[in-house]
Each structure stands twice: as C-alpha cells, then as structure tokens.
Design a protein around this ligand. Sequence first.
Ligand SMILES: [Zn+2]
Length: 218
Amino acid sequence: MDGIRGIAQEVMALLLASSCPGCDRVGTLLCDDCRWRLVADPLRTISPGGLDVHAALAYEGVAARCIRRLKEDGATLLARPLGGALRSVLAAQAPAGALVVPVPTGHAAYRRRGYRVPELLVGHAGFTPARMLRAARPTGDQRGLGREERARNVAGSLRAVRSGGGRQVVIVDDVVTTGATLDEAARALRAAGFRPICAVALAATPVRRDTREIQVNG
Ligand SMILES: [Zn+2]
C-alpha cells in the first residue's frame, strides 16, 4: 500500500509541477481547451515534386507548440493526442494493404531525442510503421533554408532498404514545410520499386499553404 501511495504522490507532484504545453496553464499535462485544438482539421497541398500531401493540422498556435514540445523537449506523452490527429487523416488516405513508411530520423536527432518522432506518431495513430527508408548520407539542418536549398540539402539523402515489387506506400512525416523531404522519400521508394500514392503529415506550415495558393493562382 505504501508503495502505491508513494507512486500516487509522485504522480500528483509531477502533475502539479507541469504546465499545459499549449497555453502554459499550470497543473495539467494538456488542458481541455488545447486538447480540442489538436483535433484534426485536414488540409491538402502538393509537394514541388507533385506528391499529394495531406496534413492533419496547421503548424501554428497550440498545435505548433505541442509538436515542438514533443520534438525538442522530450514530451512523449503528447504523441498520444497528436497521434490521434494523425490517425484520422491516415485512416482516410491509406488504402488497405498499403505500407505506412515514416520518414527516417537522422542519427544526430535520434541520439539527441532517443526516439523517432514520425515513427512514434504512426504507432500512436494505430498503424504499424514500415521502416523501408534509411539515411544514405547525413544532411544539414533544414531550418532556416529556402525552398531550393532544402531540396539540394536532401537530394539523394535517402535509400530504400529493400525492393518494393510494386507495393503501395503512404509516406509519413511530422511537419511538412516545403515538401522537399517527402519528395526525396518518394524518389528513393520509387527507385526501389515501391509505389508512393501520397504523403501524410501531422502538420503543415502555413507558409506551405500560402505557397500553394500562389502556385494555384499563378
Ligand atoms: Zn492549454
């Protein structure tokens, strides 16, 4: 009994010391208001390479703060609500029998975090991540790079670990910005004989949506 009471007290202390990642409200791991903002509100874009990209959330506000906490601060508890948002889009887009292939995490990021964010999200979305891609070479940090620099940075950086034999795949990443990484994943999978049918991301940056509007209008 003492042991259980001790654990309960520790959990209580942890809860009281925590704050909502979305709004900083204290005494909660994720408040109800912010939880509602993590319900999928899907948006669709097209990558520069012509891949259909479906995102569950816009990368802004509460969603962006929660995703950053998951990616940068080890808040793996957030993989559950965020994985729930991913699930609704993935379930709608992945045909039966298609492999769900997460974009692989670079060695440096994996060493720093101890977990692979896209793979963690796919698992929490109720799908089995198919590790069909590996890094073929290290890449620089994509942050701060423009569209063409990003494409150059990731070109040829991934390879498939086996041949696909025409198998359909859906590629999954956490945040899509320009779509350069998703295009590289699709290229590597096609080269090995897979058939990428679309990509699903947890979130898309608003920049990405603006860019599409410009492309559509112009
Ligand atoms: Zn909150």
